[in-house]
Design a protein around this ligand. Structure first.
Ligand code: FAD
Length: 614
């Protein structure tokens, strides 16, 4: 096996991985980025709507308002100190991206342009504020290109199309990772003082998803298998507006520009569910509303979708009703300019022109709030007390800091990547200066090689494609937007059967080594099955509704018993694992505690967990 030696090994080349690589290299470390995709193909490149920062370029705004929205949006499961860092560092991070060359859209005064997004408010919920900084509807694409250029300039080493499949743990510390070079099928060891997971999410557990095919949660599954718990896995966000059946995302920016959701009766139904925020209520609320409209027989053609209408005549009619100024009114040209990619998707994939017709949309599995637990410097922690696993780091969607709590606010993921990617990169550079190399164990990589041989040589009757399809269907039906004890039990039972077939009865057609996508997809299915399982198992134990976790049998949020993070551990053999879930990791409520210490009367405390009122 070829062995590569670098101070910091970064797994993943999305926004989080590139930001971490940039800052680790600036800190003097020798950095290698190992990525299964060519870097600029990472999912960050599809982020459309924008990156949130309280620049206040168009409306009055402050980081403390952004912090408040993040905490409230996360249904109070957000760690408050982390949210404060996120909001404060966001401003600097966006300006830094601009200085690196990111071509943001501009206001008429040539400042960075900002648009409305769900849950972004001024003065602690008073009114919607324009906070999302954007480069048309291609913000993520621009971030990725900008950061990649900077990494090249900083001489970061890239190993493109190398897929990490295991982590090497020596005496409780991480000594590197094992990867497969996709072009040859050969195994390589990346020996590092620090290993940094930035490998993205796992929306592919569900059948309707906005996530790219590559989002199979490899990093989180690898960590889980090597003893790291995963945090808050029961919280997975469904974005309300995916293209019907395809799941492709229609950015919330469409509603930010004035688009509205309409049911089969021609009614703007969000006025009933969220009278003040309406179509820009938080994503969990809007997704549930679409399901409830469907159940009440008011979806379009009774097929489970509704219309998203951004036609100028519709938008301007509602703007007029709301008393908006004439200068805010839109026309076809405004939409073409601000949402070019969305128009392109709809025209290409649906044959629908959004300037002339409404778009058919349904909720789509979108974002993992949970993941590898970390502290605010992206160091991986392995228990409720915050014990750090030496040499292990994580940031981005695969990590759980937790700034998103039970439900992520739109545009906060891109902020999370750059803020915590940067903090983690700096911390890792500092760490590697002070530690010695851990020698590699003689058998590093042997176990995972054997597992790949098992998959390659399987002579059963179950094909990965079929198992994946069944997993996605049961996750959609039983571990989706609405959950009950009964659906979750069913989900767990189905997943156990699928796991049995995956380990005892697998068959893949391609036995070769070169670019064997059959083999890699089969291995990725194993990762998805593990993550689906821990999602269902924490979901069944959390007997309350909070944020994206909506239990029909426990409709209320229950702060007395459940205001805590979950940590789930996987033990035993992969083919028949045992799980251990704990709900004892405290939520950081430091901003509320400060208010209490300052003697702020209860009714004026902003950060006290309070019932959600829309
Ligand atoms: C369609 C869409 C639109 C979105 N729009 C917005 C938005 O407007 N604003 C916002 O804030 N958020 C948005 N999000 C969410 C946000 O884009 C993602 O959460 C974020 O980009 C994730 O970044 P990341 O760096 O963590 O991972 P990703 O960008 O997903 O990158 C993952 C990287 O890990 C690598 N990788 C994975 N597994 C392995 C492995 N086993 N070995 C080696 N490499 C591996 C991949 O090659 C890739 O480079 C959107 C998401 C989607 C899907």
């Amino acid at each position: 096996m070829q062995i590569h030696k670098h101070d910091v090994i970064i797994i993943g080349a999305g926004g989080a991985g590139l930001m971490a690589a940039l800052y680790a290299s600036k800190g003097g470390a020798d950095v290698a980025v190992v990525s299964k995709l060519y870097p600029t193909r990472s999912h960050t490149g599809t982020a459309q709507g924008g990156i949130g920062a309280a620049l206040g370029n168009l409306d009055e705004d402050k980081p403390i308002y952004h912090t408040y929205d993040t905490v409230k949006g996360g249904d109070y499961l957000t760690d408050q100190a982390a949210a404060k860092i996120l909001a404060e560092n966001a401003v600097e991070a966006v300006i830094e991206l601009e200085h690196m060359g990111l071509p943001f859209d501009r206001t008429s005064e040539k400042r960075i342009s900002q648009r409305r997004f769900g849950g972004h408010t001024r003065n602690f919920g008073e009114e919607l504020v324009r906070r999302a900084c954007h480069a048309a509807d291609r913000t993520g694409h621009m971030i990725l290109q900008t950061l990649y250029q900077q990494c090249i300039k900083n001489e970061v080493n890239f190993f493109d199309e190398f897929q990490v499949v295991d982590m090497i743990v020596v005496d409780g510390a991480v000594a590197g990772v094992v990867a497969i070079e996709l072009g040859t099928g050969e195994f390589h060891i990346f020996h590092g003082k620090a290993s940094f997971f930035a490998s993205g999410g796992w929306g592919r557990c569900w059948s309707v998803t906005s996530n790219a095919h590559s989002l199979t949660g490899d990093g989180a599954a690898i960590a889980l298998r090597r003893g790291v718990p995963l945090q808050d896995m029961e919280f997975f966000q469904f974005h309300p507006t995916g293209i019907y059946r395809m799941g492709i995302l229609i950015t919330e920016g469409v509603r930010g520009e004035g688009g509205v959701l309409i049911n089969s009766q021609g009614e703007r139904f969000m006025e009933r569910y969220a009278p003040s925020a309406k179509d820009l209520a938080s994503r969990d609320v809007v997704s549930r509303a679409i399901y409830l409209e469907t159940r009440a027989g008011r979806s379009i053609k009774n097929r489970g979708y509704v219309h998203l209408d951004v036609r100028p005549q519709t938008v301007n009619r509602y703007f007029a009703e709301e008393g908006r100024e004439r200068k805010d009114f839109i026309n076809g040209e405004t939409i073409e300019r601000k949402l070019p990619d969305i128009l392109d998707f709809c025209r290409t994939y649906l044959g629908v022109d959004p300037v002339l017709e409404p778009m058919p949309v349904q909720p789509t599995a979108h974002y993992a709030m949970g993941g590898i637990p970390t502290n605010m410097d992206a160091e991986v922690i392995i228990d409720a007390a915050g014990t750090v696993m030496p040499g292990a780091y994580a940031a981005g969607e695969t990590a759980c800091v937790s700034v998103h709590g039970a439900n992520r606010l739109g545009t906060n993921s891109l902020v999370d990547l750059v803020v915590f990617g940067r903090r983690g990169g700096m911390k890792a550079a500092e760490y590697v200066k002070g530690v010695d190399w851990k020698p590699l164990p003689a058998d590093a990589g042997a176990e995972i090689q054997a597992e790949f041989e098992r998959i390659r040589n399987g002579s059963g009757a179950s094909r990965p494609g079929e198992l994946r399809h069944l997993m996605q269907a049961t996750m959609m039906d039983n571990v989706g937007v609405f959950r009950t004890e009964e659906t979750l039990r069913q989900g767990i039972k189905d997943l156990a059967e699928l796991r049995e077939r995956f380990y005892k009865d697998l068959h893949i057609d391609d036995k070769s080594r070169v670019f064997n996508t059959d083999l890699m997809e089969a291995w990725e299915l194993g990762c998805l099955l593990d993550l689906a399982d821990v999602t269902a198992r924490t979901a069944i134990e959390r007997k309350e509704s909070r944020g994206a976790h909506s239990r029909e049998d426990f409709k209320k949020r229950d702060d007395e018993n459940w205001l805590a993070h979950s940590l789930i551990y996987q033990r035993g053999p992969l083919s028949a694992p045992e799980y251990e879930a704990h709900f004892d990791k405290q939520v950081d409520l430091s901003l509320w505690e400060e208010e209490v210490a300052q003697g702020v009367p209860e009714e004026q405390q902003k950060f006290r967990p309070k019932e959600r009122v829309y």
